[in-house]
Ligand binder design. Structure first.
Ligand code: S3P
Length: 421
């Protein structure tokens, strides 16, 4: 099986979340083109509307009317499956007057929120998590003090939560990261009129309101593109172009790793607004070699680790992904899921402490039993690509979860693989 043709992935999920959520602290009205059709971003838009933001969906366009920081308190907000929605809202609501409760589905209720709650408490907010620092989260905000924060993990969600709280504090707030994570929040804050200073891994924001631009568009999702591009690199005969894709370097860690493996990749930058974007061409790459991916690179490949692990299973040699412990606290325990489910297809993967070790190349075969996604979209999607490599379309126990990030994933994959839907 091969992947041949062109694909425009859905609008970027990370940027779409931020457009919606930051509009709560902004004045003005903005027409967004190419907004992500993901279930996660639908959770964000529902939350924004519940809190008093204006949200109008017109096909792929979303019209946002800023709430200028005047949020409706006394509510329970359902964040669905979306960690981004919850963690951003924790920071955002910590600065608003009143009491809010943030809750989510079973997967989200298992994810760590204390890492966000603790620095927000230091800023002066009252934040309570349920047992084990998990959701639901109760926030009684207002009266925040700015400060300096050294983050224990490279997490764009944690960084962003503190920057959004900082916008509503009494003075500057500085966030220092241990390694670079995606920087869409900082870029939007600067574009939307915040006073912000960036210096390497450090970012300082001063209090103030944002101003929405009249129009903005969302480049196609770099993480969604990764599943198809890596799939094309390992499926003999493939030749694929992902069009209009976000080319922010913090989101292209997977492409750099694929290049290091010897992947045949061609990137054509087409524009820079609101962030760099362009086309990514990938061809079947017959001589892929094992690589070592260092701890400092992990934040930039965190969502693509599953598809890179599959790609590594087709490389010659032993690949090592250092310090990928964060994978254990994603929508599922992705480290266990990758090892167990790609292992069920015949790949040779194991964990050594927090490192992931993949030995290749291994031929894959379709298993008799259904594969398990653990309700995690990125696990379901990597199993689909792995299935093509094994020559078929295996049963997966839950693939509805793909809608969390890419509702048309199966249709896009079938079309590019030349399969009837
Ligand atoms: C995201 C940040 C990452 C990523 C998630 C989206 C974002 O999470 O895994 O899918 O949009 O900021 P962490 O910040 O927890 O690493």
């Amino acid at each position: 099986m091969k992947l041949v043709g062109q694909l425009t992935p859905p609008g970027d999920k990370s940027i779409s979340h931020r457009l919606g959520l930051l509009s709560l602290l902004a004045q003005g009205r903005c027409e967004v083109g190419g907004f992500s059709p993901s279930a996660d971003c639908a959770s964000t838009l529902a939350a924004v509307a519940a809190l008093g933001g204006g949200v109008e969906r017109v096909g792929e366009r979303v019209i946002l009317s800023g709430a200028a920081g005047r949020l409706r308190p006394g509510q329970t907000i359902d964040c669905g499956n979306s960690g981004t929605t919850m963690r951003f809202l924790m920071g955002l609501l910590a600065g608003a007057g009143g009491r809010f409760v943030l809750d989510g589905d079973e997967s989200l209720r298992g994810r760590p929120m204390e890492r966000v709650a603790e620095p927000l408490r230091r800023m002066g907010a009252r934040v309570e998590c349920a047992a084990g620092g998990r959701p639901p989260v109760i926030i009684q905000g207002g009266g925040l003090r700015g400060g300096q924060f050294d983050l224990p993990v490279a997490s764009a969600q944690l960084k962003s939560a503190l920057l959004l709280a900082g916008l509503q504090a009494d003075g500057p707030t500085t966030v220092n990261e241990p390694a670079a994570s995606r920087d869409h929040t900082e870029r939007l804050l600067a574009q939307w009129g915040a006073q912000i200073r960036r210096d390497g891994l450090s970012c300082t924001v001063w209090p103030g309101l944002l101003r929405l631009p009249a129009q903005i568009w969302t480049p196609a999702d770099a993480s969604a593109a990764a599943f198809f591009c890596c799939g094309a690199a390992i499926l003999p005969g493939s030749r694929l172009v992902a069009q209009g894709v976000l080319l922010n370097e913090n989101r292209l860690g997977w492409l750099r790793v694929l290049e290091r493996m010897g992947g045949c990749v061609d990137v054509r930058r087409q524009g820079d607004d609101p962030e760099p974007w362009g086309d990514i061409g990938v061809e079947f790459s017959p001589e892929l070699r094992a690589v070592e991916v260092g701890a400092a690179e992990i934040a930039a490949i965190i969502d693509e680790a599953p598809i890179l692990a599959l790609t590594a299973s087709q490389c010659h040699g032993v690949s090592v992904f250092r310090q990928v412990g964060e994978l254990r606290v994603k929508e599922s325990d992705r480290l266990a899921a990758i090892i167990g489910q790609l292992g069920a297809l015949g790949a040779d993967l194991r964990a050594e402490g927090d490192d992931l070790i993949v030995r290749g190349p291994t031929p894959l075969r379709l298993p008799d039993a259904p594969l398990k996604s653990f309700g995690d979209h990125r696990i379901a999607m990597v199993l689909r690509v792995a299935g093509l490599l094994a020559g078929g379309w295996p049963r997966i126990d839950d693939e509805a979860c793909m809608a969390i990030s890419h509702p048309a994933f199966n249709d896009d994959l079938r079309r590019l693989a030349g399969m009837a839907s």
